[in-house]
Design a protein around this ligand. Sequence first.
Ligand code: PGA
Length: 252
Amino acid sequence: MTNNNMYFVANWKMHGNTRYIESSKSIIKLSKQKKYKNHKIIYCPPYTLINHFHKKVKKSKILIGAQDCHEILNFGPYTGSINAKLIKSAGAKFVILGHSEKRKDGDTDKVINAKIKSALVENLKIIFCVGETLLQKRKKLTYSVLKKQINLGLKDIKKFANIIIAYEPVWSIGTGLLPKNEDLKKNLNDIKNILKKLKNKKNSEVKIIYGGSVTPKNVKNLVEIKEINGFIIGGASLNSKKFIDILKKSTI
Ligand code: PGA
């Protein structure tokens, strides 16, 4: 079951230059076609390219996001740091927070919670990443890891309207390994139930996207899983042909 209203988040990580941005022209062209009109295509380049990219896509429906932000909301003496205000003023509308590569760098659940809160104050949309490591999966700790990451990451947050959850099993990122469909469905439903317990009933359904080795080859199988509302794509998003192929294969 393909769907014409999905998220496609290109996470460029520490890659990219202005030449890469030129390659987004083909995506802009595609996004104007009727059947792609309702998809949300979000490029998350490194900080240094946000403003340039934003100017290039301003007249299109492509949106720009950052890959992280500092937790402190106000400007101040924090050498080397970039906060939500700065990324917003550069043109970002989204920010990825809680990515496992940032958790590995030292971001705790508490820090991630503070980052999410600061980005919400700036009205940014959050792509909040959660997921278990291979060891945690082997020890059958996936559910408790997801529960802890979600409960602590979203602590004291009342409105989820600007939150998208990205389920990214750490062992699947950049490895070519994918969860089995049945495991993926279970984990996505577990995430929905964890969220249900947290959220105010008035909130609309939180979208959940999947990330981890998404390619044109496996995306057709992934879109069959109705719980998936889109993808966060690392490696394959650096190649515009592959990114277009992913979009095409996900769309009726
Ligand atoms: P990948 O990365 O598609 O290269 O596995 C996904 C991510 O880290 O968001």
